[in-house]
Design a protein around this ligand. Structure first.
Ligand code: FUB
Ligand code: ZN
Length: 670
């Protein structure tokens, strides 16, 4: 285990240009200020829910519903009259916003933003109870029922998010107020739960606090914080099952009754919330996908800090199963809306998919942590797949609308008329009643700098490629360099060293390019060893040295394992890390009747004018059309292939030109 491996620091890595420069700028200019207005109910851009009944939002009939998040804190603080409103985890929306604001402040001071955050923190402090307890739902609505329904009620989840915000804000500003608030809340939890005699043997229904407690431990150095994180992981799934005991104790009262026993998702030994077995015995991700990702992230953290190889091996096993059998080509996870869950190996339906934005963000958290323990490029490959596809598809190109569900195949009529597909929206709504994804994306993008590099002793592992300027602290020296590139649209990446230093670069060679890459140092080609998927370049670097990595960017035809029944006979197009798709607006309706010939030439065309600047892929295909009578069934085929031009665009950019069909996988024609 690499105990000392660390990420780069946000303030020391500037991402200002290129695809992610644009997205980061959107976060700063539009998203963070807009989310603040929403949390304060000062905008009409809110809608009640992301699912079934609210499909109307896709048709422009937006309804106005408040977030009420800040209002809940004001009511809990006694500053305002009223009732709690929102999800039982509504507090976490403010926590994620605060965390994103903190990362933004690390990147760039901003007095106005800092004042908003300070005001919010003051309010949070006023909503805290005498004994440290903090949760507006229970404080306002059911003060005598706190900690009685850990299974469903997200107290630890909200605490976890608020801890993450507190740690980030402390790192950004040095201000301890929120950190102290959260240390008090953790003390309150620690007095109540734990292995010691007399304490309750509970753990979170929705994992999150585990990884947050590790972050807290890193700034407080208080062993109690790490111990509690480890306890929650070790206790999960132990017999007797705590959630069953808790359920009995509540006389079978349920918060979400439809999810509860005898038949619901929280039933006895539930896979939905990963307590069907102790964590170390789990071999595949099951149940709610975001929960799985957060659990695994916390488990890797604990494994790293406690040198627990067995726990790390569990995480590796879970990763291998997911990457090999349960992940979409877009880096989406979660195959069903029913419980927002993983299902079984190779079950990856494109149209019924869930692929929650938060789940792919959680996958990035998990991969970042795996890389800190084991510098193996496959984790970075997976992280890249999630980031360049599902994560950024989660937001519209103007930063104003968001996806919760990220399908690989959409037909607006099916979304409207088929109850099983109503969760799949063909356009991004402005907001959600359950608004977990937009602020999650905000905190991930504002901290993206922490995903680019892993520094381990005198080694710099380059995991993600994008234009940036970096200053990394190595053992007793600094690695200072600029990365210039138009990646993912161009495969040439130039690293210009800015300061003399002796260290080793490990450049990730993405799996998608195989051996089709070249490396140059100061224009001279070098042949290097590749270790764990990284090209190793050890030098006494001079201030003017330049490394160029040239990755082959030929578009690739991708095929799924034949066990993925929905993709049999189909092909997807990927160029570099970017997965492509067809949209109706470019190709006409009826995308499921489109065929791509095995030998059609894929021509890459630069379109700086389209979808904020993309490279599209032009080719020729066919459409299966009826020749004559439209019989539903016939013994004699009554159709023909009609030649049509096809235009593929990057998946992340779909649904930015109104409601229309989309597909990633296309039938292949021999
Ligand atoms: O339960 C909290 C969050 O809301 C989950 O992580 C998301 O899947 C959404 O259900
Ligand atoms: Zn979400």
């Amino acid at each position: 285990m690499y105990k000392n491996a660390k990420t780069g620091e946000i303030g020391n890595i500037k991402i200002e240009k290129g695809l992610f420069g644009r997205i980061s700028n959107l976060m700063k200019q539009n998203v963070i200020p807009h989310l603040w207005e929403i949390l304060n109910d000062r905008t009409k851009d809110t809608v009640p829910d992301h699912s079934i009944e609210n499909f109307s939002i896709a048709n422009g009939e937006e309804q106005e519903f408040p977030s009420h998040c800040i209002a809940n804190f004001k009511i809990a603080a006694g500053l305002q009259e009223g009732d709690f409103y929102g999800m039982v985890f509504q507090d976490s929306d403010l926590a994620k916003w605060l965390e994103a604001a903190a990362y933004q402040l690390m990147a760039q001071p901003d007095q106005e933003l800092e004042k908003k955050a300070d005001d919010a923190i003051r309010l949070i402090g006023m909503a805290q109870q005498e004994d440290g307890y903090l949760n507006t739902y229970f404080t306002i609505k059911e003060p005598d029922k706190r900690f009685t329904n850990l299974c469903e009620c997200h107290e630890f989840y909200c605490t976890g998010h608020m801890i993450e915000a507190a740690v980030a804000y402390y790192r950004a500003t040095g201000k301890r107020e929120l950190l102290d608030i959260m240390c008090d809340m953790v003390d309150c939890i620690d007095r109540t739960f734990g292995p010691e005699k007399g304490k309750l043997k509970g753990y979170p229904g929705h994992e999150e606090i585990e990884l947050a407690l590790v972050k807290l431990y890193r700034v407080t150095d208080d062993e109690k914080h790490l111990r509690l994180a480890k306890y929650f992981i070790d206790q999960r799934g132990q017999k007797p099952l705590y959630f069953d005991w808790e359920f009995e104790k509540r006389n079978h009262e349920a918060h979400f009754s439809y999810l509860y026993p005898p038949y619901g998702m929280y039933s006895n030994g539930s896979k939905y919330a990963q307590y069907h077995k102790p964590v170390r015995e789990q071999e595949a991700f099951v149940g709610h996908a975001v929960r799985c990702m957060y659990l695994a992230s916390g488990a890797v953290d604990v494994a790293k800090l406690t040198n627990d190889n067995a726990l790390f091996d569990t995480c590796k096993k879970l990763y291998e199963n997911m990457e090999g059998r349960r992940m979409y080509i877009t880096g989406g996870v979660g195959s069903t809306p029913n419980g927002e869950m993983f299902t079984y190996d190779y079950d990856l339906p494109n149209d019924l998919v869930y692929g929650e934005t938060c789940a792919s963000i959680g996958l990035m958290f998990f991969m970042q942590r795996m890389l800190l323990v084991e510098q193996d490029s496959r984790y970075a490959d997976t992280m890249e797949r999630a980031l360049f596809n599902t994560c950024i598809a989660g937001m519209s190109l103007d930063g104003k609308n968001f996806f919760y569900v990220n399908p690989l195949e959409v037909d607006p009529e099916a979304s409207r008329e088929n109850p099983n597909r109503k969760h799949v929206l063909p356009v991004r709504p402005a907001w959600f009643g359950c608004a977990c994804c937009p602020p999650n994306l905000a905190r991930m993008i504002t901290s993206l700098a922490e995903y680019l590099y892993v520094v381990n002793g005198e080694n710099v592992f380059v995991n993600l490629y994008m234009e940036n300027q970096a200053k990394l602290d190595l053992d007793g020296m600094k690695a200072v360099f600029d990365v210039t590139t138009d990646y993912p649209y161009d495969g040439e990446i130039t690293i210009s060293i800015k300061q003399e230093a002796e260290f080793t670069f490990h450049l990730r060679i993405p799996k998608w390019c195989g051996n089709e890459y070249r490396i140059f140092i100061n224009e001279a080609q070098v042949i290097t060893d590749s270790v764990n998927g990284y090209a190793v370049l050890e030098r006494d670097w001079k201030a003017s040295d330049k490394i160029t990595l040239a990755l082959d960017m030929e578009p690739k035809r991708m095929y799924a394992n034949p066990k993925v029944s929905k993709d049999v006979g189909k092909v997807a197009i990927q160029r570099g890390p970017v997965v492509y798709c067809l949209e109706e607006v470019d190709n006409g309706a009826g995308l499921q009747q489109v065929y791509l010939p095995v030998d059609s030439k894929l021509k890459v065309v630069d379109r700086p004018d389209k979808l904020e600047g993309i490279k599209e892929i032009y080719t020729e295909g066919f459409k299966l059309v009826n020749k004559g009578a439209e019989n539903l069934y016939t013994a004699k085929p009554d159709y023909k292939f009609k030649k049509i031009p096809l235009i593929f665009i990057p998946y992340y950019a779909w649904a930015n030109r109104g409601e229309n069909e989309m597909t990633v996988w296309v039938h292949e024609k021999n």
